[in-house]
Design a protein around this ligand. Sequence first.
Ligand code: ADP
Ligand code: MG
Length: 361
Amino acid sequence: MSVLVEVEHLTRAYGGVRALDDLSFTVDAGEWIAIMGPSGSGKTTLVNILGGLDAPTSGRVLVSGEDIGKMDEAGLTRYRAEKVGFVFQQYHLVPYLTALENVMLAQYFHSMTDEGEARQALERVGLGERATHLPSQMSGGEQQRVAIARALINHPKIILADEPTGNLDEANEHIVVNLLRELHTQGHTILLVTHDPTIGRLADRRIELAHGRLAQVTVYSADDQERVDHMLQQIWICGEEGTAPRIERIRTVGQFDPRRMLGRMADSGLVSVRDSEVALTPTGEARARDIVRRHRLAERLFTDTFRIDDPEAHTQACKFEHIISPELDERICTFLNHPKTCPHGNPIPPGECCGTKAKSH
Ligand code: ADP
Ligand code: MG
């Protein structure tokens, strides 16, 4: 996967207010990113800058390697028409034009109008029958689907959607979300602003803003979480063995490109990647340590207490390590009398409970 969007130290100030404050992240081609965060956290400002509707105070945005801040007015107009499809909370349809004409209007700004293509776009959003209706004759959900057809008409690289379901009832929200999901499956890159955690969870990643800064970048699904843990474990073990954790040595579970996964982990501050070497950040190290500790404690528990043999103990530990809470971790450790090694002789990183024991003895 290639990087499509690079946001570098992006700041947008309105007088004294920093709507965006030194924001950096990247988006791969074909990714679906949910942008979340409380009202006023800078989501719309970010989308507007990505779409070339607003300019940064400092920092830059590269799309396919091109700095959109360096484009002149004509370049920006072309960028907006050819590379970006906008979907807003308000549908922004022209009230006296039919659904078909609204879509064709977007074609007109691009280059040439093509009625057949516009009709197809409406069919794609399930509105083939509504082509001659005016916006006032359509429901909110239908109007939003016309807006999506309009956004798609010029085959944009990026779809920017700012709370597209904000004004919709549940049934229409469902239709619009499914449409976005389909577009994602077809390979479109989507940046979606939403308040709804359920919608956010459908995305590949969630970027959470607070006061214009990145509060959190989450690698979202539970499967992804396990992949991340698995990779952190490998990097930790390289450290124990004293070997360099090179990218090509690190494996992922399933058919995931380790480089892409490591890129995400770098975005969320768990690792740093330089040339082809990976290093754990302090946050990544703490998490790797926890997961290795849980895995080895679980192996001890299965082997010593439940008399389960390898490799079953290892397999079970791989599942168990993801579900042990910090409290349970300490209880198991105490129950096992704070073991120092796993059944294979590898060290179990001590927890806080082990420290107390050392002091009291
Ligand atoms: P969100 O979409 O997350 O609700 P916005 O990006 O709209 O947040 O706004 C972020 C901050 O920037 C807010 O404090 C808002 O008041 C301020 N802001 C946004 N646009 C303007 C503007 N045109 N002039 C002055 N302040 C603005
Ligand atoms: Mg907003």
